[in-house]
Design a protein around this ligand. Structure first.
Ligand code: GLU
Length: 435
């Protein structure tokens, strides 16, 4: 497995990081998924052709003075995919494997994710090809400020609103907000989401992706008439997404039997005390130091005989090499893009339901939307309000996806795409092509 996430959000590795054999890139996966889903929809092929391409990709170079006085130049991107339903929205990652194609693929997923949640946003993604673990806090701040300046022309509270992703966090978002605001001459909190609450961030934003994974898992179990109290769950990862999801499912009566970090996983068939295991944010790489009956590798964790498997660490972990060996009855995607196209086909043949990332981890961008509303209105919501509204948005989206699933003979991913693409295509048809 590749490096453990340091962000508060779901993330995807590029294919190259996860195996010796070739695995597809995020943009290839995103395009294949689009092609597959449109087979079930009557969408104007001209609109589909448009959606295969980003609107714009900004590529910049970012010179940063290292602490020793030398200057290093990094490459950064901001990909805009589609904005027919509202401003571009999506995370910003600092990771050595960030590429243009990865940003484009991830920006496509953000378009579908916002549409499946019926949020008034389009899709974007960006990042800098850098290993944030090799930067001091000061270097990271300088990088963030200079990168913000380089992309300042294409972001803004009504244009494109970045958010945390792999290798970035709420502090990074605060620097971005400050750099943008200083240049614009006024404080503009709505330019970015995932900020600390003291500078306009939303309560509950940090926990939101994990909370949505838990809510969707609960709903799926209900759909398949399974009692959460009799459910075993294996969770790959123990960053913010996985830890929050695991703890909530545990609190709701589920038995979380395995969790992991970059060093491997811990497994107890009788259930782990998820609150006692420090998340990556609380104490990095501490999972395998716990006193539990079994240590497992990340590959073994994926193949455990459990009811629900939640890959919530990195992308491309479910591949044609292990898809036949997955013993779980259900898969809920916590990370972005954990399932390759080849694995998806095997799971479809095996009738193994895979609940897609664009629905399951969409709590992050949903609470980002709440944060943006709070920033625009200059009025903070209580945690209770955030969580209640997130709950109802997730259940509404789940119900929309269920309707599409039952009306068509498709996978859960296709059903989510059908919901999202119908909304996007209708908006494109209604607005028309300019000029
Ligand atoms: N990076 C997150 C995701 O992949 C959240 C994006 C946002 O809040 O805009 O969903």
């Amino acid at each position: 497995m590749a490096s453990e996430p340091t962000a508060d959000d779901p993330e995807t590795q590029t294919a190259q990081s996860t195996g010796e054999s070739y695995a597809e890139t995020a943009v290839e996966t995103a395009r294949r998924q689009l092609n597959h889903a449109v087979e079930h929809l009557e969408i104007d092929s001209n609109i589909v052709e448009r959606l295969r391409h980003p609107t714009k990709v900004q590529e910049v170079t970012v010179p940063v003075e290292r602490d020793d006085g030398t200057v290093e130049v990094f490459t950064g991107y901001r990909a805009h995919h589609d904005s027919v339903r509202g401003p571009y929205k999506g995370g910003l990652r600092f990771h050595p494997e960030v590429t243009r194609d990865e940003c484009v693929g991830l920006s496509m997923w953000m378009t579908w994710k916002c549409a499946v949640m019926d949020l008034p946003f389009g899709g974007a993604k960006g990042g800098v090809a850098v290993n944030p673990k090799e930067l001091s806090a000061e270097e990271k701040e300088r990088l963030t400020r200079r990168f913000t300046e380089e992309i300042r022309g294409v972001i803004g509270p009504t244009k494109d609103i970045p958010a945390p992703d792999m290798g970035t966090d709420s502090q990074t978002m605060a620097w971005l907000m400050d750099a943008y605001s200083m240049q614009e001459g006024e404080t503009i909190p709505g330019v970015v989401t995932g900020k600390p609450p003291v500078v306009g961030g939303s309560k509950g934003r940090e926990e939101a992706p994990g909370r949505s994974v838990a809510i969707i898992t609960r709903e799926v179990l209900r759909y398949y008439d399974r009692d959460i109290e009799e459910t075993t769950i294996a969770m790959q990862g123990y960053g913010s997404v996985a830890a929050n999801a695991a703890r909530l499912l545990n609190d709701w009566g589920g038995t979380v039997v395995a969790v992991s970090d970059v060093n491997g996983g811990v497994y107890d068939p009788n259930g782990l005390d998820t609150h006692a295991i420090p998340s990556h944010d609380e104490k990095p790489e501490a999972v395998t130091q716990q006193d539990v009956p079994h240590l497992v590798t990340n590959d073994e964790l994926l193949e455990l005989d459990v009811d629900v498997l939640v890959p919530a660490a990195v992308g491309n972990v479910l591949t044609e090499d292990n898809a036949d060996d997955i013993e779980a009855d259900l898969i809920v995607e916590g990370a972005n893009g954990p399932t390759t196209t080849a694995a998806e086909e095997i799971f479809a043949d095996r009738n193994l339901p895979v609940i897609p990332d664009i629905l399951a981890n969409a709590g992050g961008v949903t609470v980002s939307y709440f944060e943006w509303l709070q920033d625009i209105n200059r009025r903070a919501w209580s945690l209770e309000r955030v969580n209640n509204e997130l709950e109802s948005e997730m259940v509404d989206a789940w119900e929309d996806v269920c309707v599409a699933y039952e009306a068509n003979d498709v996978t859960w991913r296709d059903a989510a795409y059908i919901v999202a693409l119908s909304r996007i295509a209708e908006a494109h048809e209604t607005r028309g092509l300019w000029p």
